[in-house]
Design a protein. Structure first.
Length: 196
């Protein structure tokens, strides 16, 4: 992520489950901007996450494999919290005059994401699978055993246009951009972070 910020104009497209790991990955470069070790003209980010108002393949209860509104509410709260924090950090950088322009857009779709994808500056793609594992979570004051998508330790595979135009890495980046833009522009729906 820090390499993304070696440019004056940074673009990041993220598709995944909650944006929690994206939030964590951004902390170091944002701190370096705050102390003047990195300088950017603009930062543009698009975040594509599932619509937790509709049933998902996961998370679901372990006991019967069924959807549970409490689990979806919990995941929506996690996504909104981390994504608001990213937006607010960007706004702070602009307010302080450290970055001229910041823009963050969030869209949701009705599919369950089984992978996470970062497309950085249109040239590098990082892709990793979410394993589904048993987990215990507290939702609305009750401990629930669930099958959960686990992304914190996901191995990310790196692909780059710098690998050469006909390389599989360049093709992966091109396909990742095409996939992201296709979902963003068709079934992706704008999500207002302040309305939730």
């Amino acid at each position: 992520m820090e390499q993304a910020f070696s440019r004056d104009e940074v673009t990041i497209d993220f598709a995944g489950f909650s944006s929690e790991t994206l939030h964590g990955a951004l902390q170091e470069p944002l701190d370096k901007i705050r102390v003047g070790r990195l300088t950017q003209q603009s930062i543009t980010m698009r975040i594509l996450v599932p619509d937790m108002s509709v049933a998902q393949a996961a998370p679901v209860r372990m006991t019967d494999g069924e959807d549970d509104q409490r689990l979806r509410d919990r995941m929506r709260e996690i996504m909104v919290s981390y994504t608001r924090s990213i937006r607010d950090s960007f706004a702070e950088l602009k307010q302080l005059g450290l970055v001229s322009e910041t823009r963050i857009q969030v869209r949701v779709h009705s599919g369950t994401p089984f992978f996470k994808l970062y497309v950085i500056n249109g040239e590098d793609a990082f892709f990793g699978y979410y394993p589904i594992r048993p987990n215990k979570v507290v939702a609305q004051g009750e401990t629930i055993e669930i099958y959960d998508l686990v992304g914190k330790d996901t191995v990310l595979f790196h692909h780059s246009l710098n690998d050469g135009e006909s390389s599989s890495g360049a093709q992966q980046v091109q396909q990742a951009r095409m996939w992201f833009d296709s979902v963003w522009g068709t079934i992706g729906r704008d999500f207002d972070l302040d309305a939730h």
